[in-house]
Design a protein around this ligand. Structure first.
Ligand SMILES: CO[C@H](O)c1c[n+]2c([nH]1)[C@H](O)[C@@H](O)[C@H](O)[C@H]2CO
Length: 447
């Protein structure tokens, strides 16, 4: 029997997000986003870091496309900054902003690199936040109108669209715990923001079906929950955690209802949703993007709000700089779980990667990152194992192409396979990039 392998046509790429790499947030008529506001609010981002320059990708995009070409990337997943396109979030279109993405897409295609475009990767126009943002039910129309501008401009050259990146993180970070923009801590707001994110997703998919000729999907983060013991309290806590992080978005999209645990988790803060909303949310999608980083061994914790569950640190495990256990089998399990629970919808691993401290360059022009090479090798093996067990995985996007702004953690955590010297903006492919290039060239055979 031949060794398990990746199918012909498997799409090998990498991923970034607008606010994390572009810089120049207000250039050429762009409006501010909630992240521009958040980073310029003292005390919210480590070391006072901002995305004002980031990786200067807004100006160095040609150089970055050339790096992708040299690495042999077949795809590049990036996000569009809504407030570059519609500075006020609705109304006037800023054509200079559109032109940036128009040129980027053409350059990618000229270099044989397929663009995968995420419409929303957390950087809501500040002007819409002033109108309630994700708490305002009108945002489903605002988002669909913005999406239509992008579809009209790029559809055809862009053949894979994702509406949202990780609605769970947007909600949990931005509205429940407050660590991310817009920094709210309100258990009554969180369900409303989350529900409106899903409504907006549905409205954008509906808009795409009217004019789009290719594929559109949703990107979710999935963190498999392993119970710490068979104690009923731990079993129940694990079920709550799985519902809250992993099923809260997939159940409505695929089944038209929320997991029953949501009422238990949010109590009086969980509204009765209008049934017509689920018809909007449940628009059929063409693929699902899965972002996987780690697992969580979960136990009951009476003090953990609002889940009453927490993760248990694993003694023998390796942990990344972001405190995440390295656990590659969890990626296989996650891909199998999606197939088992939601059917064999085409899947892309739209993010997978690790933050490790990169030692000073051993030799000029070289950045050794052995832990990231190991992480990449183990997790690509996990994808191959899922494919061998019948999961329709069609691509893998390494997070991230470049070291970049890790949101509230600033530039303190490096996920890139390409090192960025933020003082000089010099890019240096790390050993992990050179390893990934060999994986791509052999379609995974070198693993
Ligand atoms: C909770 O982990 C999430 O799956 C997740 C991890 N990550 C993400 N989501 C975001 O999509 C990226 O913008 C982050 O830079 C990246 C690394 O933190």
């Amino acid at each position: 029997m031949c060794a398990a392998q990746f199918p012909n046509g498997f799409l090998w790429g990498s991923a970034t997000a607008a606010y994390q790499v572009e810089g120049s947030p207000l250039a050429d008529g762009a409006g501010p986003s909630i992240w521009h506001r958040f980073v310029h609010t003292p005390g919210l981002v480590r070391d006072g870091d901002t995305g004002d320059v980031a990786c200067d990708h807004y100006r160095r995009w040609k150089e970055d496309v050339a790096i992708m070409r040299r690495l042999g990337l077949q795809a590049y997943r990036f996000s569009v900054s809504w407030s570059r396109i519609l500075p006020a979030g609705t109304g006037h279109v800023n054509y200079a902003g559109l032109d940036f993405y128009d040129r980027l897409v053409d350059a990618l295609l000229e270099n044989g690199i397929e663009p995968l475009v995420t419409l929303y990767h957390w950087d809501l126009p500040a002007a819409l936040d002033d109108r309630g943002g994700w708490l305002n039910p009108e945002i489903s129309k605002w988002f669909a109108d913005y999406a239509e501008v992008m579809f009209r401009k790029l559809d055809g050259r862009v053949k894979k669209w994702a509406t949202l990146n990780e609605p769970w993180v947007v909600t949990d970070g931005g509205y429940l715990h407050g660590a991310l923009a817009p920094g709210h801590r309100n258990r009554f707001e969180a369900p409303i923001a989350s529900h409106n994110l899903l409504r907006a997703h549905g409205a954008a998919v509906q808009a795409y079906r009217a004019t789009g000729r290719h594929e559109i999907g949703l990107v979710v983060n999935i963190e498999p929950k392993y119970r710490a013991s068979d104690d009923p309290a731990d079993v129940a806590a694990t079920a709550r955690a799985e519902a809250y992080m992993n099923r809260q978005y997939l159940d409505p999209v695929f089944f038209g209802h929320y997991p029953k645990e949501m009422v238990e988790i949010f109590g009086e803060a969980w509204p009765d949703w209008p049934s017509e909303d689920f018809a909007l949310i449940q628009q059929p999608i063409d693929f699902l993007g899965v972002n996987y980083y780690t697992r969580s061994v979960t136990r009951f914790d009476a003090n953990a709000w609002p889940l009453k569950a927490c993760a248990v640190r694993q003694k023998q495990a390796t942990y990344t700089e972001t405190g995440w256990e390295v656990f590659a089998p969890g990626l296989t399990e996650t891909l199998l779980w999606v197939k088992r629970c939601y059917g064999n919808i085409p899947l892309y691993v739209t993010e997978n990667g690790s933050a490790f401290f990169d030692p000073p360059t051993a030799a000029k022009g070289r950045v050794e990152d052995p832990l990231r090479v190991d992480y990449l090798r183990e997790h690509l093996g996990a994808v191959r194992d899922a494919i061998a067990q019948g999961v329709d995985v069609r691509g893998y996007m390494a997070w991230s192409l470049l070291d970049n702004l890790e949101w509230s953690l600033g530039y303190s955590k490096r996920f890139g396979i390409v090192h960025v010297n933020f003082a000089t903006q010099q890019r240096t492919p790390k050993d992990s990039a050179h390893f990934y290039a060999k994986v791509i060239a052999s379609n995974g055979a070198v693993l």
